[in-house]
Ligand binder design. Sequence first.
Ligand code: FCB
Length: 461
Amino acid sequence: MDEVPAGFLWGTATAAYQIEGAVAADGRGPSIWDAFTAEPGRVKNGDTGDVACDHYHRWPEDVALMADLGVGAYRFSVAWPRIQPDGRGPANAKGLDFYDRLVDALAERGIAPVVTLYHWDLPQALQDDGGWMNRDTAHRLAEYAAIVADRLGDRVTAWLTLNEPFVHMTEGYGIGTHAPGEALLLDALPAAHHMLLAHGLAVPVLRERSAAPVGLTNNYSPVWAASGAPEDRAAAAAFDVLQNRLFTDPVLLGRLPDMSAYGVAADGLPFVRDGDLAAIAAPIDRLGVNYYSPTRVRAPHGTPAAPEGGGSVLSEAGAHIEGAGLPFEDVPIDGHPLTGFGWPVVPDGLHELLTGLRDAYGDALPPILVTENGCSAPDDDPGRRDQDRIDYLDGHLRALHRAMDDGVDVRGYFVWSLLDNFEWAEGYDQRFGLVHVDFATGTRTPKASYHWFRERLARYR
Ligand code: FCB
């Protein structure tokens, strides 16, 4: 029987905009996702998060579902626009009260709250001033972190400052497939830096107010070269820098990775000011790791058909960028089953990723929380499709245990997601939940994978 260390956090994960709905309730301000989903053509089927799973009202039911599932932890995000409707200034008491009640209800059920401060729902008022392209947003996030930690810091089990800054930068500011919908290509790099700075500024703020471990969550993808040819290997290294190293080296090593493949010289980033890297490298206690699938790339072969705007193509997994003069081109991974999203199912990739992080960062790597892992499956034949999810989770849990047996220090694993929810640009089409949600009625129905995971968790007790 597989062992996990005492205190290992088994959980499920969600994010505020994807589940809460109630976008105008109790003084919540608009976020960039409210603005983005209101623009025609941005999200599949014109879906929005206006109602989503209505978790804002139905949360007691969701906490009960988790208690019945037997998880010991729940990763959720706090909606910044509920706490500071304009992204700055005094706290909105009703917004804080909501999370206060949730945290208490979790504690009553013995479920440890793992809180993400920022899962992409920037207050629109800050976007009006440039959003993450504006350095000031980093200071605003630190101020918001202080408000949340003052209220919840005595009961939170772990903090994650940011969720997936790579995806937020590339999809939100690089190619515009996510909010705020800007297509700046590589000119989006300041957004990456300002998010990392926000993380670095928030770390001491959280520490002053809470004894809980602090970290951030990145989505990592092992990068495979399409061949052993030097140009394909160089392409793989270049993609690894963009997705994996750019958001980790500054935090763990206090320096930027070599960006020369992007034509960026070491001193060529004028928005990186003296002292920034030291702030970003504030020691962290946990690294949040989201894993969905590996990425296979080759050297660019001519110009692929560029989408409107002359940009590039990037999947939700963050795996498929191409065109726009980038030093790599995405190639499909064959020979593996595909999820509903079309992402290849490669459980060994989780082992490769975890051992790879250990090898790359050594003593600089803090203990890991796998903060997201899971798959989407369409609703057409729930029984059969859910077997796909069971197989996905089973394979990835085996890979997780192999990595831990090989000495990687992992302290938690969270299934994405508890509920079917608003899957960003895909709207409600991609269903990631252990629990089915009927979006017309809000009715929750545990799927076969929920029952499977429940049995699996019971084995660890
Ligand atoms: C991750 C996001 C999460 C969810 C999953 C499927 O990139 O963090 O919100 O959309 O993908």
